[in-house]
Design a binder for this molecule. Structure first.
Ligand code: NAD
Length: 231
């Protein structure tokens, strides 16, 4: 499996590059960065030419929305598969990638959260929400101060699973990796479900799983992490 990692100098990208190098069935074909002339890295202006030399590579992208769309335009139109973790993508941007994948029969795993725990939480809150239909629901998400998007993509995904209309409360503080709390309150009782990322490893492990899952697939579809995990 030949893997390109876009955003290789970022918090997530650095860890993904290290893990891909450790996996025996994977080969790091390119650590792609925004900057020019960084020794050992590939500027994204070279991505298109680099991909021409590969038949069916997997392009992992943890950058920012504009860059992700640019990389998808290059990689998907050439039939390469992608694993995308960038959050804050608009509906239009996702639609654009859907069309690109469909036209070239490339496959994509797109998820705002690659951790097993959050994907199980998504299933659980869907059930709880239906059973507690008349209750109020609130979402609280807490992330490190450098996170750009607000609310988090995960909080938006949680809100889409609820039958109740939920407010999302976002807190940006310190170096917290990621915390999501979903609270249901009715008369005389409250039910809370909470996930805490204790590091970025939970996301990286999910990315590695998604790379293996999507390898060789050519269905022109965008897939979720829940599909990868068989939930
Ligand atoms: P970061 O700011 O540390 O890293 C982003 C990197 O992308 C930076 O190094 C930047 O230089 C690079 N970049 C920007 N434009 C580029 C381009 N055109 N080509 C190549 N590289 C480019 O951020 P981060 O914490 O690593 O997070 C990155 C994204 O992943 C964010 O959207 C974040 O919300 C998301 N994220 C998703 C998950 C998940 O499980 N899906 C987990 C953590 C973070």
């Amino acid at each position: 499996m030949e893997v390109f990692v876009c955003g290789a100098s970022g918090r997530m990208g650095k860890l993904i590059v290290e893990r891909v190098k450790e996996e025996k069935d994977m080969e790091l074909a390119g650590a792609v960065v925004k900057e020019e002339d960084v020794p050992g890295f590939m500027p994204d202006t070279e991505l298109e030419d680099a991909l021409k030399g590969h038949k069916k590579a997997i392009v992992v992208d943890f950058t920012e929305p504009e860059a992700t769309v640019k990389h998808a335009e290059i990689a998907l139109s050439m039939g390469h598969n992608m694993v995308i973790g960038t959050t804050g993508l608009t509906e239009e941007e996702i639609e654009k990638m859907k069309n690109l994948a469909y036209e070239s029969k490339a496959s994509v795993v797109l998820s705002p959260n690659f951790s097993l725990g959050i994907n199980v939480l998504l299933k659980a809150v869907e059930l709880i929400s239906q059973k507690l239909e008349g209750y109020d629901a609130d979402i609280i998400e807490i992330h490190h101060r450098n996170k750009r998007d607000r609310p988090s993509g995960t909080a938006i995904a949680i809100s889409q699973r609820l039958v109740q209309k939920a407010d999302i409360n976002s807190i940006r503080a310190g170096d917290i990796f990621g915390e999501h709390i979903v609270m249901f309150a009715g008369s005389g009782e409250k039910l809370e479900i909470k996930h805490t990322a204790l590091g970025r490893d939970c996301f990286v492990s999910g990315v590695i799983r998604a790379i293996r899952w999507i390898y060789g697939l050519s269905d022109g579809e965008i897939h979720s992490m829940e599909e990868v995990l068989g939930l």
